[in-house]
Write a protein that binds this ligand. Structure first.
Ligand SMILES: Nc1nc2c(ncn2[C@@H]2O[C@H](COP(=O)(O)OP(=O)(O)OP(=O)(O)O)[C@@H](O)[C@H]2O)c(=O)[nH]1
Length: 347
């Protein structure tokens, strides 16, 4: 149980913001503990009150941002506030120490925070600006000969480490993002046909109906079933049957609009969700699908036909999603019994 969840009960583990929020709170807690401890050590043990001043400044900033997010503040603003606070404190430290006491090494902790909290694009340019500025500042210090240790060697090493950091974190963030996108795609895709799976169809239908209620628009669904598919399997084998389903989905994807969604409802049944589409338009789409499927030699001269049941949600206060799907199923049943290879809507 994460302690912050009591401030954000609406964000559960399935929410895409979950990790980011978790990270913001972790960073803020680490900042709070770190600045409190180091500030106290700087006052008591190291007798460096001028550096302790910045530690306590960091502590106050961390507590203020914590208060802001826990009271429902915007997470993107909070992320930026964390990065700006860390960058300001680091730069103040580097200036105060005039590049001495390994202060420049501390600047290299900025890129991981910037990439994790701001993402690949903003993380890249924020890191590049701060590290670029520090390289320029280090060059000034060398010119002023502040200490004998700060020579061109130090400058080149700093630039090399800074550049490697930005590139490595960018690379890491790219691969992480790609893996995440891939995972997201797999979670909503039917592995055989690559159209949406049933889980995603359920979510899409809920979202489309919510939108339709808001804008008072109709929504149509088409439930499609391959005719005599068992015979295809029996005659050509299951492997060819699979290929037929894959090719059928290509035809469906090419036939529907970009705003429509097609997914596998189960076995050889597919559901097409058409936002802002009335019954007449849905029947027209069904007829177009039937034509295109019939015209296409699906696999090695195998031709198939499909039957379709269509139903339309009208937002008249009586329909529910379950009733919509039930009507589509009943109309599909009627289409099968009326001789297959046709689309039927609610009479
Ligand atoms: N190859 C293959 N076959 C599948 C898949 N999913 C379901 N099937 C087959 O689809 C067939 C469906 O058969 P039935 O429900 O009897 O329907 P049908 O033969 O299409 O007849 P009608 O629907 O009445 O026109 C069964 O043989 C299932 O094994 C799949 O992923 N791949």
């Amino acid at each position: 149980m994460k302690f912050w969840r009591k401030y954000h009960p609406d964000i559960d583990a399935a929410d895409p913001r979950f990790k980011q929020v978790s990270l913001i709170y972790s960073v803020l807690l680490i900042m709070t503990a770190y600045f409190a401890i180091i500030g106290t050590l700087n006052v008591t043990l190291f007798h460096a009150p001028e550096i302790a001043f910045f530690d306590y400044l960091g502590l106050i900033l961390a507590l203020l941002i914590l208060r802001y997010v826990s009271q429902g503040g915007n997470f993107r603003i909070a992320s930026w506030a964390v990065i700006i606070s860390i960058a300001t404190i680091l730069l103040a430290f580097v200036h105060l120490a005039e590049g001495r006491n390994y202060s420049l090494m501390w600047v290299t902790i900025l890129p991981p925070f910037a990439f994790f909290l701001l993402g690949r694009r903003d993380g890249s340019w924020v890191s590049a600006i701060i590290l670029g500025y520090c390289s320029w500042y280090l060059y000034q210090l060398i010119n002023q000969q502040v200490t004998a240790n700060l020579g061109l060697g130090a400058l080149f090493n700093f630039i090399e480490v800074a550049t490697a950091q930005v590139f490595l974190f960018r690379f890491y963030e790219n691969s992480r993002q790609e893996a995440y996108d891939q995972l997201q795609k797999t979670a909503i895709t039917d592995p055989l046909t690559k159209v949406f799976n049933r889980l995603h169809l359920d979510n899409t239908l809920n979202a489309v109906i919510a939108q339709a209620n808001r804008f008072n628009q109709p929504v149509s669904v088409l439930l499609l079933d391959v005719d005599h598919f068992k015979a295809v399997n029996d005659k050509y084998g299951h492997f060819v049957g699979d290929k037929v389903l894959i090719k059928l989905c290509d035809v469906l994807r090419e036939t529907i609009r970009e705003t429509d969604s097609v997914g596998r409802w189960g076995g050889e049944e597919f559901l097409i969700i058409c936002p802002n589409t009335n019954q007449q338009q849905a029947i027209q789409l069904g007829q177009r699908i039937i034509e295109n499927v019939r015209a296409e030699a699906i696999e090695n001269d195998i031709h198939i036909t499909v039957s379709i049941g269509s139903a339309t949600y009208m937002n008249d206060g009586e329909d529910t999603i379950d009733q919509l799907l039930l009507s589509a199923d009943q109309n599909l049943y009627r289409a099968k019994h009326a001789g297959r290879n046709q689309v039927l809507g609610t009479p």
